[in-house]
Design a protein around this ligand. Structure first.
Ligand SMILES: C[S@@+](CC[C@H](N)C(=O)[O-])C[C@H]1O[C@@H](n2cnc3c(N)ncnc32)[C@H](O)[C@@H]1O
Length: 286
């Protein structure tokens, strides 16, 4: 039987050869998935010089071959880690990204600063439900809604949000019912925002994230974000807060968009790598 360490190193070389951006992490997560163990247990077994059990060989070989074709790691394991949550993901739903964790934090900071004990929060364009589920799980006492239009993504929105008592709405996030207007303390959104001529280079994104999750329509990709900002203004109570994710190059357009929608104290925010990836604003006190 081959040593686990040798199997691991061969798989890393195979993924690196296929241009996979983070081959070491990916192989570790695939091994953990196949063996049903944590990363610390994997490290321990490797250091101990444990063997790789033959019964797992075929499944692991198939997963490495699939990852070499640039199928996203999260589609192969079926999970994505987001803040404190393990979310269900797969084909048909946008894989949540680390920068969106910062977007959630901006919303949480507002709730803490305002000392809101039972805030009403809504996540527009929810996809996997990452934002809504994170808000609900980290804000005990909150009431959270998630809104997603895609027929393919909605099963994931429900699977990830319903365990956290989030109300899931399967509809267009830019035309919400009037009974939700003026009742929200916080609106958070990571809408589609890529312009039509900026097709992503990364195969995992270009070929596996749904087009509906990527492209924001209009020449600048901001047609849906603009409509989302307009809807957010209607949903918020006076003094409520809106947080929206966007591309780094859209920082100025996003600020203009929020001001035009009527938001005040508009501010841009960076992600953990220092890129301007979110813009926030307050609904005015009327
Ligand atoms: C960039 S993804 C973000 C998903 C999730 N919020 C996240 O951060 O991981 C955008 C999502 O918006 C959805 N979407 C696109 N247009 C929409 C609309 N008009 N109403 C509701 N959802 C929409 C897409 O299906 C996709 O799930």
């Amino acid at each position: 039987m081959e040593e686990l360490s040798a199997v691991r190193h061969k798989a890393i070389a195979a993924l690196a050869d296929a241009g996979v951006p983070s081959p070491g992490v990916d192989v570790d997560l695939l091994l953990c998935h196949v063996l049903g163990i944590s990363r610390s247990e994997l490290k321990l077994r490797e250091l101990r010089g444990d063997s790789f059990e033959a019964s797992h060989r075929e499944e692991f070989t198939q997963l490495v071959a699939a990852r070499r074709t640039r199928i996203p790691l999260q589609h192969l394991t079926g999970v994505a880690h987001f803040r404190y949550l393990e979310l269900k993901v797969g084909p048909g739903v946008f894989t949540p990204r680390p920068e969106t964790e910062t977007v959630v934090q901006l919303g949480l900071d507002f709730v803490v600063q305002q000392a809101l004990e039972a805030p009403n929060c809504i996540d527009l364009c929810s996809g996997s439900g990452a934002i809504a589920a994170a808000l609900a799980s980290e804000l005990p006492g909150s009431k959270v809604w998630a809104v997603e239009l895609s027929d393919d993504a909605i099963q994931y929105t429900k699977a990830n949000c319903l365990p956290h008592q989030v109300t899931v709405l399967h509809q267009d996030a830019t035309t919400l019912p009037e009974d939700l207007e003026g009742i929200m303390d916080l609106v958070v959104s990571n809408p589609p925002y890529i312009p039509p001529n900026a097709i992503p280079r990364e195969a995992e994104v270009r070929d596996h994230d749904p087009a509906m999750a990527l492209y924001g329509l209009g020449d600048d990709g901001l047609q849906i974000p603009r409509a989302v900002a307009g809807q957010a203004m209607k949903l918020l109570r006076p003094g409520g807060y809106f947080v929206m994710e966007h591309a780094e190059v859209q920082q100025d357009s996003a600020a203009t968009m929020l001001r035009e929608a009527g938001f005040t104290q508009v501010s841009g925010h960076e992600d953990l790598t220092g890129r301007a990836r979110a813009t926030c604003g307050y609904a005015p006190h009327r």
